[in-house]
Design a protein around this ligand. Structure first.
Ligand SMILES: Cc1cc2nc3c(=O)[nH]c(=O)nc-3n(C[C@H](O)[C@H](O)[C@H](O)COP(=O)(O)O)c2cc1C
Ligand code: SF4
Length: 464
């Protein structure tokens, strides 16, 4: 079949309507986004704890020396600023001014705004725009205005965009480059499911994007592109979305597919894993310390977290009619329901000897080594988030959320940094979109073929 894809005006330039989405930590880097921009599209560098290089061009490992969480938080901010600047420069050298380079920020990262200021001050003329999701980035328009760059909020509904616009963005209207609609059921990474949405009932993206366009039209933003992200594999399947009057200008963002290219910095074992996935191997779950849902490989890491949550009982500090049975663990007394007592005894007997309290008045049962690891990770916290459910760190005056640390979650900074730097693909959080299993059946990748970024972009332009 014939398939034609027209260029689109973004960031003041004609580019292909194809974006490599931002991927942290250190996954969408200069090495992967530079060739994407060179091919005429838009590359998005993750500004979250990116990799910096020393004067010999060697990568500087992320090691934290500060004694307090606040000191380590500052080190994390410095790593992010220096690393992102280095990655932008690399992308710029590779792309030679072709296409566009954007940067991506997780709004709920601790110090997000400081990092963006630090990067944008030093990358004038190279960075075209900022994409930002996970949270409500009300300040994004104002920040972009200061540096004269475009901004691209990431939303999962027309309602969220309406709120952002009315509260903040209308004051920076001309710099709104596009609005990213990220499918909260299908996209890799963190997902913006609202409380009203059922993680098990995926919503059709078409009416949701049509609704977003309706909202934008009412606000006079008919001409501003919507960037469709999440679940986009090949564009033949999205033919009806292109040149569609109801949807208006549409750009497509890819997160998962660009991970399997020669230039992609992920490890070879990760690339191999992507090629061997089956439908259903990616799970939408809510273990992230950010409090957001996220989509990641169903591996041992996720299995262990599922186990922690399964081995859980409610307790009360006072004995009453419901919590009427006393459970003693390491000389500490808890009142639990009769039926939970037996379960807890079985877990204790099976080696899950440590009972850890959660902020929801429950206990989870873990092995002693796991308990020690959880405590160590909480202690080593580098304050990477604005609020962390796992360690109860918050980027505020008290450096604390005021809630009990939640051992059902994990340190996302530790695990994402590890997997991005040759760490285990089984024992780490490995973000992936729900379409990742298609690497195994798409003939493009047959016999283990790994394309260059240019080959992938050409393939996508062809509709496949
Ligand atoms: C490994 C991985 C990491 C990601 N990290 C981020 C991130 O840091 N910030 C962000 O806005 N989106 C992130 N995403 C989402 C992508 O930018 C993109 O929107 C999404 O993957 C598109 O859906 P797809 O996975 O179906 O291609 C990530 C996705 C993956 C697969
Ligand atoms: S414990 Fe939480 S805030 Fe601290 S480094 Fe880990 S994920 Fe970040």
């Amino acid at each position: 079949m014939s398939f034609s894809l027209n260029s689109i005006r973004l960031g003041g330039k004609e580019v292909l309507p194809l974006i490599e989405g931002g991927k942290g930590v250190a996954i969408s880097t200069g090495a992967s986004t530079g060739p994407w921009a060179a091919a005429g599209g838009v590359g998005t560098i993750s500004a979250v704890i990116a990799d910096a290089y020393d004067e010999h061009g060697n990568m500087i490992p992320h090691e934290y020396m500060g004694k307090s969480r606040r000191e380590r938080h500052d080190e994390m901010v410095d790593y992010s600023i220096k690393g992102t600047i280095d990655q932008v420069r690399k992308a710029w050298e590779i792309s030679k001014g072709e296409g566009l380079i954007n940067i991506n920020m997780l709004w709920e990262l601790g110090g997000a705004q400081r990092i963006l200021h630090g990067v944008l001050e030093k990358t004038k003329g190279m960075v075209s725009g900022i994409t930002c999701g996970a949270g409500m980035p009300f300040k994004l328009g104002e920040l972009a205005s200061k540096y004269g760059v475009n901004y691209y909020p990431i939303v999962s509904s027309g309602r969220a965009f309406n709120l952002l616009w009315r509260r903040a963005y209308k004051n920076a209207a001309d710099l709104l480059g596009g609005v990213v609609y990220e499918d909260p059921w299908l996209a890799g990474g963190h997902n913006g499911l609202s409380n009203a949405e059922d993680p098990n009932e995926p919503g059709d993206p078409y009416p949701r994007v049509a609704e977003l366009r309706k909202v934008m039209r009412k606000l006079g933003l008919d001409h501003v592109p919507i960037i469709m992200a999440g679940g986009v594999w090949n564009l033949k399947e999205w033919k009806d979305w292109i040149d569609n009057k109801e949807l208006g200008p549409i750009v497509f963002q890819f997160g998962t597919r660009p991970m399997l290219t020669k230039e992609s910095p992920i490890s070879d074992k990760w690339k191999k894993r992507l090629m061997s996935l089956k439908d259903g191997d990616v799970l939408l779950q809510n273990f992230s310390p950010t409090g957001f849902f996220s989509s990641a490989l169903k591996n041992s890491f996720i299995g262990e977290l599922v186990g922690r949550t399964d081995r859980q009982v409610e307790f009360s500090s006072e004995k009453n009619e419901e919590f009427n049975t006393e459970l003693v663990v390491e000389r500490k007394k808890y009142n639990v329901r009769g039926e939970d007592y037996a379960k807890a005894k079985n877990w204790l007997a099976a080696g899950y000897e440590k009972a850890m309290k959660t902020p929801d008045d429950t206990l989870i049962f873990v092995e002693p080594e796991k308990c020690a690891e959880i405590r160590k990770d909480q202690k080593d916290c580098v304050g990477c988030l604005s609020q962390c459910r796992f360690s109860s760190w918050a980027d505020n005056e008290k450096n604390a959320t005021g809630r009990l640390a939640d051992p059902r979650s994990f340190c996302i900074q530790k695990t994402l940094d590890d997997v991005a730097h040759e760490g285990s693909v089984d024992n780490n959080l490995v973000f992936a979109g729900h379409n990742a299993f298609r690497f195994g059946s798409d003939p493009f990748y047959s016999n283990g073929f790994v394309p260059t970024v240019k080959q992938l972009v050409d393939r996508i332009i062809s509709g496949d």
